[in-house]
Design a protein around this ligand. Structure first.
Ligand code: SF4
Length: 446
């Protein structure tokens, strides 16, 4: 495969101190990896270094200051976090800033958001619009009540428009015990919703041959079904992103029907024409998608399916584009995003013949989104008059702003609860849907 010239932003990470500091470090590392940063083992290879410090006893202070000094000398771009970051000397001066005035930023412990803000300021993340879950307009750092749970890195596929595998390598699944431990820590910290992410969630564990790990003293296989089954025991909303319609996804339907995980699937179909899917080298392109969707909805009638599509891929004919619109009519997807195809530096699709003019790619994107509007609206209209469960994201002067089981944060719609002023962020509530538009629902508590 062609190696991409794109430089993945890379961060050196040094963590000192107690298990609480380690848990802070885990959360920062998880977020960094979820946003596509590479974690480097050395200062030299890194674009920036984060030092997670300890300030408990004098020896720990010395050790932390030495680690910062070393990172400054070896790399020069350093963000300091952890207990020492919050400590002052006898004269009331910030200990870290006094010893190392040129560090980029200093935060105290449990400062995930501040650390991420400092990282974004000094080393912005790479954005790949085809595969990134986070929107291009910036990362809205997750509030306390929901969190991303990354279950693997890399990808075994070689989609022709994508450079992720050349940047991040083949699929490496995290050990199931580690993933479940992180989920439990998040649950204990008050998180109410976990957003399971990876490049290819259905493939979780393939690289480990579904190795048996341990959780709560019991053997558990590194496999999507087992992961969902265990996450379902935490009493949280568990939402799956980046699922491909492999046969093993059928097995998840009973877990959704039983309320163990949310009846929600984010499946980036990208196209419906078999020829274009083949040119795209998409995984599961030969699966009988429409039959699959029908069968899933028989088991889980309120299943929400979100997807994304690429319009104007090289060689896409008018007839193939129309076939995509026909697919949308039949599939009756709930949420659809679209990207006009654009070449990504280093992707093999750049060498395909019959590239379409940008105006055609954009026009087809607009046509597709317009076409889907009616379908999405009709899907939402079916909810009017029904009682649904929501999770509150925000309170403002107009009431509460929440999400239903069918709405992932940032990418799907919202539920506006006009009489929800007294609710709190992170509350679950039961509401009656009174109205909708193309994206959002309107509801009351009564
Ligand atoms: S499945 Fe395809 S689009 Fe997704 S990360 Fe892998 S190669 Fe890229």
């Amino acid at each position: 495969m062609k190696k991409s010239k794109i430089n993945v932003p890379s961060i050196g990470f040094v963590s000192l101190g107690c298990p609480k500091a380690a848990s802070d470090a885990e959360q920062i590392l998880t977020r960094l990896r979820a946003e596509g940063y590479k974690i480097s083992g050395s200062y030299q290879g890194a674009d920036l270094v984060v030092v997670n410090t300890c300030g408990f006893i004098d020896a720990a202070v010395e050790e932390s200051l030495d680690a910062i000094g070393e990172a400054m000398a070896e790399n020069g771009k350093v963000i300091v976090t952890g207990c020492l970051g919050a400590k002052k000397d006898a004269a009331g001066n910030d200990i870290v800033r006094t010893a190392h005035p040129n560090v980029l930023a200093v935060t105290g412990p449990h400062a995930l958001q501040e650390v991420m803000e400092a990282v974004h300021t000094h080393l912005p993340p790479l954005h790949d619009p085809f595969v990134d879950l986070v929107p291009a307009q910036g990362i809205r750092l997750t509030p306390d009540h929901y969190a991303y749970l990354k279950i693997s890195e890399g990808c075994n596929h070689r989609c022709s428009f994508c450079i992720i595998p050349s940047l991040r390598g083949d699929l490496v699944s995290r050990p199931i015990g580690d993933v479940l431990r992180e989920a439990e820590i998040l649950a204990e910290a008050g998180v109410r919703e976990l957003l399971v992410i990876s490049q290819d969630t259905s493939a979780y564990g393939v690289d480990t041959k579904y190795r048996t790990g341990f959780w709560g003293g019991k053997p558990v296989k590194t496999r999507l079904y087992d992961l969902c089954e265990q996450l379902g025991e935490l009493g949280l909303w568990v939402r799956l992103h980046y699922v491909y319609p492999y046969p093993n996804v059928d097995d998840l339907m009973p877990l959704m029907a039983a309320g163990k995980i949310l009846p929600y699937l984010d499946i980036p179909f990208q196209h419906a024409s078999p020829r274009i899917l083949k040119l795209m080298k998409r995984p599961a392109s030969a699966e009988k998608v429409l039959e699959r969707i029908t069968a899933w909805r028989q088991v889980v009638p309120d299943l929400t399916i979100r997807s994304t599509f690429i319009t104007g891929f090289p060689g896409e004919t008018e007839a193939e584009f129309n076939a995509l619109l026909d697919f949308l009519d039949e599939a009756q997807l709930d949420r659809v995003g679209a990207f006009a195809y654009s070449p990504v530096d280093g992707a093999s699709a750049n060498d395909l013949p019959e590239a379409l003019p940008e105006s055609v790619r954009e026009e087809r994107k607009a046509t597709l989104l317009r076409h889907q509007e009616d379908i999405s609206t009709q899907r939402l209209e079916r909810k009017i008059g029904h009682r649904i469960k929501v999770l509150v994201d925000e309170i403002d002067e107009d009431g509460a702003i929440a999400r239903s089981e069918g709405d992932a944060p940032d990418i799907d719609g919202l539920v506006y609860i006009v009489d929800g002023h007294h609710l709190a962020v992170g509350d679950f509530a039961e509401v009656t849907v009174t109205d909708c538009d193309v994206h959002d629902l309107y509801a009351t508590l009564q």
